[in-house]
Ligand binder design. Sequence first.
Ligand SMILES: [Zn+2]
Length: 296
Amino acid sequence: MPQRPDTLPEQPPPDAEARRAIAPVICYPVDALPQPDIALYSTARLQAETIECLRVPPREARAFRVKAGQFFRIACPEGSQVGDLNLFSAADPAERFFSGKTRALHGTHLSVGARMWSCFPFLRPMATITADSLAWYGTDPYGGRVHDVIGTRCDPYTHFLLSGGQEYHHCCHSNLTRALVAEGFARERAEGMVHDVLNVFMCTGFTADNGQYFMKASPARAGDFIEFFAEIDLIGVLSACPGGDCGAEHSSDAAICHPLEVQVLALPPGALEGWRPPARSGYSRSHGLLGEVPPP
Ligand SMILES: [Zn+2]
């Protein structure tokens, strides 16, 4: 068994700079991925009509349903407001959004052309971002960008830990849980269904000195929106974060909060000629084990 050295080196090794100078490579080059047909989506979008409009009150969450081949738009109708978004397959809610793999594929923040991928063993696009009124923001001088897949969601457990034991029931985690119960899922099951989110409109990054996760006031204003194409039948759940624009704090009633709006837009028949919902991953799920693969 290797022994731990008695003393750790006080100085970096002589080739420290050479080791640091090794160029990085992209973990997952996305050129090989099946690319969304953004031109087809954009043309079809011109024919889309709003069939549902849902208001998400501040510090609450609401569920909505979108069929494959429809669009949904999340907007700030009254003022700057961050939203925490969960997605499930309507056919099988065990298939849910996979924030970590989406981040590994598309980067820490999402905009037009990026896709929201589902968890294992499904791993397919659930939604594709087709429009983003904040695409102009880019990267600010602090390294901040908009619509992150870094943060998990504000939750009452971390709040309890950091606040010396205070209870707060309107964190996004709790809002999403209540919305799933209201959608008909059993209370015992609902909390476990909540997963890491897409932080819609949230402006975040990592500090340059020690890599800490930071947030700053969202650049979203009344009228801003982000729009998605549903690749499969979806249940979406959106929380209007108690942090409001997340410029100061979350997990309390201190911040000014606004409602969010979800619009679902449908297309006339034939508008998506040749398009099919993506198939779930074709991997066998054998994992190198002998015997029959159990059902998912
Ligand atoms: Zn939140």
